[in-house]
Design a protein around this ligand. Structure first.
Ligand code: PSU
Ligand code: MN
Length: 307
């Protein structure tokens, strides 16, 4: 393992490994900042149980007092979901957070890094970060994209958050050599929406299809990520008109309030939640549930391929 002793694996994760049970990484920013308290604890527990039901062991990742934990106890899940003061930690924050004994939630970039370093190959989440609208002025592009270009991990998501400039994000993923495949679709999903309306170059239709791609990534020695873009079912998506209407308000409000940097994504997601009367949270949650189940299936298939 490339990792030193500073990273702690939970008992469940260690036992799963010893027993040959596949492990699926889950991030903690989604639960700490993507869903409101106290429901976020329920969400965290539910996502873990979905992974277990689908034959894998969940490893939610977060930092406690400067130590990265891979696999959390219920107490740790309570801690990470319980306070609005929990910091959001991207990859560039990890070392300084460790030095300062910080407790914080990991984003896609830092979760992918820690998971891959611990030998975990599959990661389930909601929507990736990406290029923000107005990037021409702000240069705001999520660190998720660059991190995925240097991390060999398979990440199941409902595309990138629809608050973003989706076509610019797809362009950047191409530039960064991140492989993107639609799962059961030829179109890039739209996070809260079934489709973003943008075409993808590649499509897969089963966990076996995904594992085949992973096998050839290994054969080539590629160290880039594979994004498996799985859309939320059309009947569970947010109403597209409501989506567009509230998103326009959210973007205008973020500008009026001068929200920038790490605070922007949580601000927009919260605005979407309140502006849609909670409907955006339901669509988000349905997407994440499906992604976690698929991540567990992919991890199981991958384990069989290797075994
Ligand atoms: N997916 C969700 N909700 C979230 C996130 C993803 O459904 O809150 C988080 C992830 O942790 C992702 C982060 O890495 O948002 C992106 O933040 P930023 O745009 O600041 O990079
Ligand atoms: Mn940003």
């Amino acid at each position: 393992m490339p990792f030193p002793a500073d990273v702690q694996l939970s008992e469940e994760v260690r036992e799963a490994r010893a027993a040959g049970i596949p492990v699926v990484a889950l991030e903690s920013t989604l639960i700490a900042h993507g869903f409101p308290r106290p429901r976020n604890l329920e969400v965290a527990l539910e996502l873990e149980s979905i992974v277990r039901k689908n034959g894998a062991c969940p490893a939610t990742i977060a930092l406690f007092d400067g130590t990265p934990y891979i696999g959390l106890t219920e107490d740790q899940l309570e801690r990470i979901t319980g306070s609005p003061a929990i910091r959001k930690l991207g990859l560039r924050d990890l070392a300084v957070a460790m030095a300062k004994k910080t407790t914080g939630a990991t984003t896609v970039s830092s979760t992918a890094f820690l998971a891959a370093g611990a030998g975990i190959r599959v990661f389930g989440t909601g929507g990736l970060g990406g290029v923000h609208r107005g990037w021409q002025e702000s240069w705001d592009e999520s660190a998720d994209l660059f991190a995925l270009s240097g991390t060999r991990i398979t990440i199941v998501s409902a595309g990138v958050k629809s608050i973003l400039d989706i076509s610019a994000t797809l362009q950047r993923l191409e530039t960064l050599n991140v492989t993107v495949v639609g799962y059961g679709t030829d179109e890039f999903p739209g996070f809260y929406l079934h489709s973003s309306g943008l075409r993808l170059d590649w499509r897969v239709d089963s966990p076996k299809d995904v594992a085949e791609v992973m096998r050839y990534q290994d054969a080539l020695g590629l160290t880039t990520a594979l994004v498996v873009a799985r859309p939320v079912e059309i009947e569970s998506q947010l109403d597209p008109d409501l989506h567009d209407e509230v998103l326009a308000e959210a973007l205008a409000a973020s500008e009026a309030d001068s929200v920038t940097g790490q605070a922007l994504t949580p601000y927009l997601l919260e605005y979407m939640a309140s502006g849609t009367g909670g409907a955006s949270l339901e669509a988000n949650l349905t997407a994440v549930r499906g992604n976690c189940a698929l991540a567990a299936e992919i991890a199981s298939t991958w384990q069989q391929f290797r075994g």
